[in-house]
Write a protein that binds this ligand. Structure first.
Ligand SMILES: [Zn+2]
Length: 509
C-alpha cells in the first residue's frame, strides 16, 4: 500500500465536511493508475531507443540548419518523415515567416600591431558586413557593465574597432544588459564603428579556441558587423589595452541579410488522446540550429529526445487520455519565432492546452523540472518526479525559463515546462564549432528521451487535467514576481501593460 493511502482516506472525510482539498493531495503513478503504462514506455525507451540514431542522421546527413535556410527547410522534411515513420498522426508542417533571412559569409581578422598574427573570429547571427575587403582600425574597449554610459559617448568610436569588456559590477541583470547591448549596437553603427568584438549579450567566449555565434536581440538584425572572438585572442587584446597599448587590427566580415521576410515551418505530429483528444500537451525541442557545426547539442539533442520519446510511446502501444502533440519548433534561435507563431496559429485552442514540455539545455542529464511559473503545480508534480528516482533524481521548481520555447506558454499562463539539464559541457558546445555529434553521450540521450516520454505520458494520461491557462492578471503577477517584466519589456514582448503592476519587485541576480 502506498504512503498516500492514509491521506486519501482522510481526504474522504474532509471532502464530506466541505473542504475542497482534493487538488492538494498529490497522486503519483503509484496511485493514479498510470504506472503500468509508464513501465512499458520506460522499457521501450531504455531498451529499444532510436534517439541517438535520429541525432546521428540529423547531424551527419543534414548538419547545421539556420532558420529559413535550404538546410533548415530540408530538416523540416526530415522531421516530418521521421514522425510518419514513428507512426504519429496528423503529421504536417505549420508555416510562418520570420522578418528576414541571413547567410554567413566570411570573417577574417589580423592583429597588425604591436605583433602580427591571425585572430580567430566568427560573425554573430543577423549582423552586417564591413566595407568590401575590410578595414583597419584601432581597438578601443567599451564596458558592457556600464553600457548605458557608453551609448552616450558613442561618437568617439567613429572609425574604431570596439572590444566589449566586462569591468566592475554589472548595473543590471544579464538579460537587461543583453537588451541594452542592442541599443548600443544601433548607436555604434550610426557613429561609424568599423566592427564590434563581443558575443551574445556582449559575453566573452568560453572553451579552448572557440567562438560562439548567436542572435543579439529578439527578431532583430544589426547593420554593424559583430564578431565573437576566441577567448585566447580576446585575452591578448584585453591585456594590451590594460597596459596602455592600443592594438591595431584589420577585419573583414561579409554576411548577407535578405531584403524581406523568409518562410520557415514548425513540424507537428500527434498521438491523439483516447478520452479527451481536444486537450493538448505540446512536447518538443527546436529543430533549427546555428551554423558553426552540426547543431548536435543545440538543439539536435532536443529534436532527438522528442522523436525518441514519441517512438517509445508508440512502440509501447499505450494510448494517453489526452493528445500529445509533438512539435519541432524552428526560429528558436532568432527569438522563439516558431513557438510564438504556434501560439498565434493555435489561439482558438489555447484554452484546451495543458502546457508544453521542452528540452533545450544541450547534451547533459536532466536535473530539474522547471514548471514555468506554475507554483500551484509543484505539489502535484513532485510524486511523479519521485517515481523516477531509479532512473535519475530530478528536482521540481516553479521557475520560468525565458530562453527557449517554454516562454510563450508561460506568457499564456500555462506551464511551459523546461527539462533543465547539467550544462557543464553545453557551455562550450553551445553555438560553437564544437557542437557536433561527438558531444552527445548516447546513454544520456537515451535516458533523457525516456524521461521525456514518461513525463509527457504521465501529464497526458493522469485522471485529472494537470493545468488550464491562468487568467492574464495572475500570469502578469507571476512573471513580475519572477523578474521577467523588465526583460520582456526591454525586448518588446511584454503583452500585459500595467497588469499586476502592484506586484512587489523581486531582487534578481
Ligand atoms: Zn537551443
Amino acid at each position: 500500500m502506498s504512503k498516500y493511502s492514509a491521506g486519501l482516506a482522510l481526504l474522504g472525510l474532509l471532502g464530506a465536511s466541505g473542504f475542497a482539498w482534493a487538488d492538494e493531495v498529490p497522486k503519483g503513478p503509484d496511485e493514479d493508475g498510470t504506472k503500468p503504462a509508464l513501465t512499458r514506455i520506460a522499457g521501450e525507451g531504455m531498451m529499444n531507443s532510436h534517439a541517438f540514431e535520429y541525432l546521428a542522421e540529423l547531424s551527419d546527413d543534414i548538419g547545421s540548419r539556420v532558420t529559413g535556410s535550404p538546410a533548415e527547410r530540408k530538416a523540416e522534411e526530415w522531421g516530418a518523415a521521421k514522425m510518419k515513420a514513428i507512426g504519429l498522426e496528423n503529421v504536417h508542417l505549420e508555416k510562418y515567416t520570420i522578418w528576414k533571412g541571413w547567410t554567413r559569409g566570411t570573417a577574417d581578422a589580423q592583429l597588425l600591431a604591436p605583433t602580427a598574427h591571425k585572430l580567430h573570429v566568427d560573425a554573430m547571427g543577423w549582423t552586417g558586413s564591413t566595407v568590401a575587403g575590410g578595414a583597419d582600425g584601432d581597438v578601443v574597449p567599451v564596458n558592457m557593465f556600464d553600457i548605458d554610459e557608453e551609448i552616450k559617448n558613442v561618437a568617439k568610436l567613429q572609425g574604431k574597432i570596439v572590444l566589449v569588456t566586462q569591468k566592475g559590477q554589472p548595473k543590471k541583470n544579464f538579460m537587461m544588459l543583453f537588451a541594452s547591448f542592442g541599443d548600443f549596437l544601433k548607436a555604434a553603427h550610426d557613429a561609424g564603428v568599423i566592427a564590434v568584438i563581443g558575443g551574445q549579450g556582449g559575453s566573452k567566449s568560453q572553451g579552448l579556441n572557440l567562438t560562439h555565434t548567436g542572435i543579439l536581440g529578439f527578431d532583430t538584425d544589426f547593420a554593424v558587423p559583430v564578431v565573437s572572438m576566441t577567448a585566447e585572442d580576446q585575452g591578448q587584446l584585453e591585456r594590451l589595452i590594460a597596459r596602455g597599448i592600443t592594438p591595431r587590427m584589420r577585419i573583414n566580415v561579409q554576411n548577407t541579410l535578405t531584403s524581406g521576410p523568409v518562410e520557415a515551418a514548425n513540424v507537428v505530429g500527434e498521438i491523439r488522446g483516447r478520452e479527451h483528444p481536444e486537450q493538448i500537451l505540446v512536447v518538443g525541442g527546436h529543430l533549427d540550429s546555428w551554423d558553426l557545426a552540426q547543431g548536435a547539442t543545440d538543439n539536435g539533442s532536443g529534436t532527438a529526445t522528442t522523436l525518441g520519446a514519441a517512438d517509445a510511446i508508440m512502440r509501447s502501444g499505450q494510448k494517453p487520455r489526452r493528445t500529445i502533440r509533438f512539435v519541432l519548433f524552428t526560429g528558436e534561435e532568432q527569438g522563439l519565432d516558431g513557438s510564438f507563431a504556434y501560439m498565434k496559429q493555435h489561439a482558438a485552442e489555447i484554452q484546451n492546452h495543458v502546457g508544453d514540455l521542452i528540452l533545450d539545455e544541450g547534451q547533459g542529464p536532466v536535473t530539474d523540472f522547471m514548471l514555468g511559473g506554475r507554483d500551484d503545480l509543484v505539489a502535484a508534480f513532485q510524486p511523479f518526479a519521485s517515481s523516477l528516482a531509479n532512473l535519475r533524481t530530478i528536482k521540481v521548481n516553479d521557475k520560468v525559463e525565458s530562453g527557449t520555447d517554454t516562454l510563450p506558454f508561460s506568457i499564456a499562463g500555462l506551464p511551459g515546462i523546461n527539462m533543465n539539464q547539467d550544462t557543464s559541457d553545453y557551455k562550450y558546445t553551445h553555438h560553437s564549432a564544437a557542437d557536433a555529434l561527438e558531444a552527445q553521450k548516447p546513454d544520456v540521450l537515451t535516458q533523457n528521451a525516456t524521461l521525456m516520454a514518461l513525463t509527457a505520458f504521465w501529464i497526458a494520461d493522469r485522471p485529472e487535467r494537470l493545468a488550464s491557462p491562468w487568467p492574464a492578471e495572475r500570469t502578469a503577477r507571476m512573471l513580475r514576481s519572477q523578474g521577467q517584466y523588465e526583460e520582456l519589456k526591454a525586448f518588446n514582448i511584454w503583452p500585459f501593460g500595467d497588469l499586476g503592476a502592484d506586484e512587489k519587485r523581486p531582487v534578481k541576480h
